[in-house]
Design a protein around this ligand. Structure first.
Ligand SMILES: [Zn+2]
Length: 102
């Protein structure tokens, strides 16, 4: 099972895995569990990773990922208190859309 990429945070990793899955590419997020060990591990050992099940899907998965990563990046604060990063138009916590003003 090849590692596809490393994500800057778990929400983005989960989002990428979700998009890959919807495209028919079996993907999973690894290293959820290292959160409590942060500080004892080198930073690059603590980031979540996206893995895919079938190596044959890798070229398609990488192309899809590149498209996702080229989305405009912005962060905004949702009314529920969540800070939403990575160019999302909706809050992953409560599901509301990004306010257009500001
Ligand atoms: Zn929210």
């Amino acid at each position: 099972m090849p590692r596809l990429t490393q994500a800057p945070n778990i929400a983005l990793a989960a989002f990428w895995a979700d998009v890959l899955s919807q495209a028919g590419i079996a993907a999973s997020v690894q290293r959820y569990f290292l959160g409590s060990l942060a500080g004892e591990m080198p930073p690059d050992q603590c980031l979540p990773e996206v893995w895919i099940s079938d190596p044959g899907d890798e070229p398609r998965a990488r192309a899809l990922l590149k498209t996702l990563q080229n989305r405009p990046q912005y962060r905004w604060n949702c009314l529920c208190g969540e800070t939403v990063e990575g160019g999302f138009d909706g809050c992953w916590n409560c599901g509301v859309d990004r306010p257009q003003a500001g």
